[in-house]
Design a protein around this ligand. Structure first.
Ligand code: FE
Ligand code: CA
Length: 512
């Protein structure tokens, strides 16, 4: 969906002020010589009575934004119609240099389960219009709920055609499961370049987000639907865990970098103000309810996890003998989030219980002579944390638990069990993993080996980029794997490559 752009006409664009993107003339409204809404608009954290509206003023997006050191008043409006004839809420937020002149406005007093349109104004500039949707009322019974989930959008490795396709769909929500930016350049056959090196400072992280957010297809998907987002590793550093990073071994230095990275993440996504980082800490895990149709538990498995097992200060690897990984106290979510999740699972009442987390949860063993290898950066590096999560599901029996994930740059369908080695163990939850938007996938040989050695993996495909759609009704959850024809081509088409179904009351996805 492409939304028309309307310009605010009162006050002339300062044609003479080419040297500076902003001209402030005493007694006149702030006048931008260059469009400050280059990064588009977004909405997120939909509740039944409200939604967060986002934008950032950045007339020179790749040079630190191009704003002065002063705060700027940004007006916002949200309406029941695209022409803003029925404005139902409005307000003014101060866009401050401390947050890169980003705005996170909380629109409240909205009605549940309906579309709204929103826009911003700063001085003489008017933003593009975004569309959003509130959550259905808690006590309501929607007949259908549709969302897409995505992850892993390495900018250099392909165009964001997946988002152009997504934006055209009729969706209630988009869930992003991490690797929204990549800190480093890698991969083969790059189609565009970061042009600069690995960000470590706040201003460098801001410019990296700005580069990604300048993409019109990504902007279109943000402007069309409310998003829920969580981060994975590449928003900070490859395969980091808590305060450990093989790329920045000094924990004090790394923690400073994490603070910069978390802040830039907050500044560029439609997160609620409650998620604003305090130093290197930010609470982004949260529960979202959508009528009696679904409950979403959105997790953060990076910030609190135990250090990777058996690799010392080195890069998490695929390790064979590793008694350390079996330690009971090892945690993926941290004890506080783990207890929180147990309480949410215990009180889940919707027909579908979606656990939205970063990566493949099912075991993926690499068999070889004398034992199995496991990848220490994924849940296989934290098997007891995974067992506790699945035991929480087994104990509380929420309706239709479905785990969704990303990170692997491949589509997977899996059965989640307490003991993956036991064919007769009951399936405790269904799992679907979406492929990357652009990031290159695993080799055909490694996918084939993974599928042959792991019967809990019922489907796997690593050669396609794209995203997943989820169509929920009372009767079933239909998952579509949407594949981009060629991410190296601009405006490539998207085609459904596989469809799986979870029937109400039956655990485990099956081919449709
Ligand atoms: Fe990734
Ligand atoms: Ca990742």
């Amino acid at each position: 969906m492409r939304l028309p752009r309307r310009r605010f006409l009162a006050g002339s664009l300062a044609a003479g002020a080419i040297a500076s993107p902003i001209a402030i003339v005493r007694g006149q409204p702030l006048s931008f010589a260059a469009d400050p809404f280059t990064l588009g608009v977004a909405s997120g954290s939909p509740r039944e009575d409200g939604v967060v509206l986002w934008t950032r003023l950045a007339p020179r997006p790749l040079e630190g934004g191009g704003m002065s050191d002063s705060p700027v008043a940004v007006d916002w409006q949200i309406a029941e119609d695209e022409k803003f004839a029925r404005v139902v809420a409005q307000g003014t937020e101060q866009a401050t240099p401390a947050l890169a002149h980003a705005v996170h406005a909380e629109a409240k007093g909205l009605r549940p389960g309906r579309h709204y349109w929103y826009r911003f104004r700063a001085g003489n500039a008017l933003s593009p219009i975004g569309r959003t949707r509130t959550a259905p009322a808690a006590d309501s019974t929607p007949s259908q709920f549709r969302f897409a989930f995505a992850s892993c959008q390495q900018y250099e490795q392909g165009y964001f055609s997946a988002y152009r396709d997504m934006a055209k769909r009729d969706l209630d929500l988009v869930v992003h499961l991490g690797d929204y930016i990549y800190e480093k350049s890698w991969g083969s056959r790059l189609v565009r370049r970061h042009e600069v090196g690995i960000p470590t400072t706040l201003s460098e992280f801001r410019d990296r987000y700005a580069l990604y957010k300048l993409d019109p297809d990504l902007q279109a998907a943000h402007a069309a639907f409310p998003w829920l987002t969580t981060w994975d590793d590449h928003e900070v550093a490859d395969d980091y865990a808590n305060d450990r990073s093989y790329t920045t071994p000094d924990p004090i230095q790394f923690t400073k970098m994490r603070a910069a990275a978390y802040q830039a993440y907050y500044e560029h996504l439609p997160l609620p103000p409650s998620a604003r980082p305090r130093g290197p800490f930010a609470t982004i895990y949260e529960r979202y309810r959508f009528g009696d149709m679904l409950d979403v538990m959105l997790l953060d498995d990076r910030q609190y996890r135990s250090p990777p097992a058996c690799v010392g200060a080195g890069r998490p690897a695929t390790v064979r003998h590793c008694p350390e990984r079996m330690l009971e106290e090892r945690s993926m979510l941290g004890s506080q989030q783990e207890q929180w999740l147990d309480r949410q699972i215990a009180t889940a009442k919707a027909r579908w219980t979606i656990v939205a987390q970063q990566t493949l949860m099912a075991e993926l063993a690499r068999p070889e002579e004398g034992g199995h290898r496991f990848w220490m950066d994924g849940w296989d590096g934290y098997p007891n944390a995974r067992r506790r999560l699945l035991e929480s599901i087994a104990a509380h029996k929420p309706r239709n638990p479905v785990v969704i994930g990303g990170d692997r740059h491949a589509f997977f369908v899996a059965d989640l069990k307490r003991d993956f080695g036991q064919a007769r163990e009951p399936v405790l939850a269904s799992e679907v993993v979406g492929t990357s938007i652009t990031s290159q996938g695993p080799s055909a040989a490694s996918m084939q080996q993974a599928l042959e050695a792991n019967p809990q993996l019922k489907y796997g495909r690593g050669d396609k980029r794209g995203y997943a759609t989820v169509d929920l009704t009372a009767a079933r959850c239909t998952v579509g794997f949407e594949g981009v024809d060629d991410e190296k081509q601009k405006d490539s088409a998207v085609h459904r490559i596989a469809t799986f179904v979870v029937e109400d009351g039956v655990t485990g996805a099956e081919p449709a």
